[in-house]
Design a protein around this ligand. Structure first.
Ligand SMILES: *[C@@H]1O[C@H](CO)[C@@H](O)[C@H](O)[C@H]1NC(C)=O
Length: 312
């Protein structure tokens, strides 16, 4: 008890020793990160500049792209650094900050996905009342609540984690400071933190998840009542991109957090974590710009404007 040395710094081990592969992985993930930034910036630019995209649906899409930029930026730079130069030191406060930001963004993402599906639900199931129900004020409120809820939720966990003592090992076997691998290193009992976090995390993911599922059940049953096949396709086309993004996000998140960490190999956990921290933020703009006709047209208009701009 007397010579209990407290830990002030952690070491992020990243992907461990993968000799010879680190440059390949570094290049790949750098490419993915750059594409994520460019893709989401393109969505932000196009939704801000194109008249035909000034609707609630694209307001939420641009807000979502804005979120994805921060979401992946809370993870990617440190991860790239561990790939390039091996285990990376991170202060205790830095580690908790990273967890806080990542946790906040993940919650905002769940809330925004629910808001987006609610928007599609209103548009498809009550088209006549849609313009008055989903007005500018409602949009701002839904997005505002998402961001506020996201930033408030992890505060409890972070406060509790700050009160734990860390004294044994300081090596985090992961590429970012996720809560579970950090709690593994605590010498004081982390059970309270784990229980509270589990309860809060279940609440803030299950509620938006169930709202999203309920919206889609209503959407699908409304679409099935549309008589013609082309009518069905047209009704569903506005939400199919969103449905892909929702499925991908909850699918990967669920895989990591639903399987108990004890039975999960650290390596497998890292691979799945990569999917939802690095891969899904890149997929979102690709899905929207390839599948959504309005976005596709707006991107083409923007590109041709740029071409003309550089010529003159
Ligand atoms: C996203 O929504 C929030 C809350 O309404 C707002 O403050 C922010 O400016 C929005 N960002 C973008 C890029 O639309």
């Amino acid at each position: 008890m007397a010579n209990l040395t407290l830990i002030r710094e952690f070491l992020l081990l990243g992907f461990g020793s993968i000799h010879g592969l680190q440059f390949l992985l570094f290049g790949t993930f750098l490419g993915i990160y750059v594409m994520t930034l460019l893709g989401n910036i393109l969505i932000l630019t196009v939704t801000a500049s194109d008249r035909s995209l000034q609707t609630p649906m694209y307001f939420f899409l641009s807000n979502f792209s804005f979120l994805e930029i921060w979401y992946t930026t809370s993870i990617a730079p440190k991860m790239l650094k561990t790939l390039l130069s091996g285990p990376e030191a991170i202060s205790f406060a830095g580690c908790v900050t990273q967890f806080y930001f990542f946790g906040s963004m993940a919650v905002v993402e769940c809330f925004l996905l629910a808001a987006m599906s609610y928007d599609r639900y209103l548009a498809i199931c009550s088209p006549l009342r849609y313009p008055s129900l989903m007005n500018f004020h409602t949009c701002i409120c839904l997005a505002g609540v998402s961001w506020l809820g996201g930033f408030l939720t992890p505060v409890v966990t972070v406060t509790m984690t700050f009160q734990l003592q860390f004294c044994a090992s300081n090596e985090i076997d992961h590429f970012f400071c996720d809560l579970a691998p950090v709690l593994k290193l605590a010498c004081s009992d982390p059970e309270e933190v784990e229980k509270t976090t589990f309860l809060m995390a279940s609440f803030v993911t299950m509620v938006p998840f169930l709202l999203t599922v309920a919206s889609y059940i209503n959407i699908v049953s409304a679409v099935l009542r549309v008589p013609s096949a082309t009518g069905k396709r047209r009704a569903f086309s506005t939400c199919s991109s969103h449905l892909i993004v929702v499925t991908l996000y909850y699918g990967t998140l669920g895989t990591v957090y639903a399987i108990p960490t004890a039975t999960q190999a650290a390596a497998l956990n890292k691979v799945f974590s990569l999917l939802y921290t690095v891969i899904t933020p890149m997929v979102n703009p690709i899905v929207y710009s390839l599948r959504n006709k309005d976005v596709k047209n707006a991107v083409q208009r923007l590109l041709s404007e740029w071409k003309h701009g550089t010529k003159t």
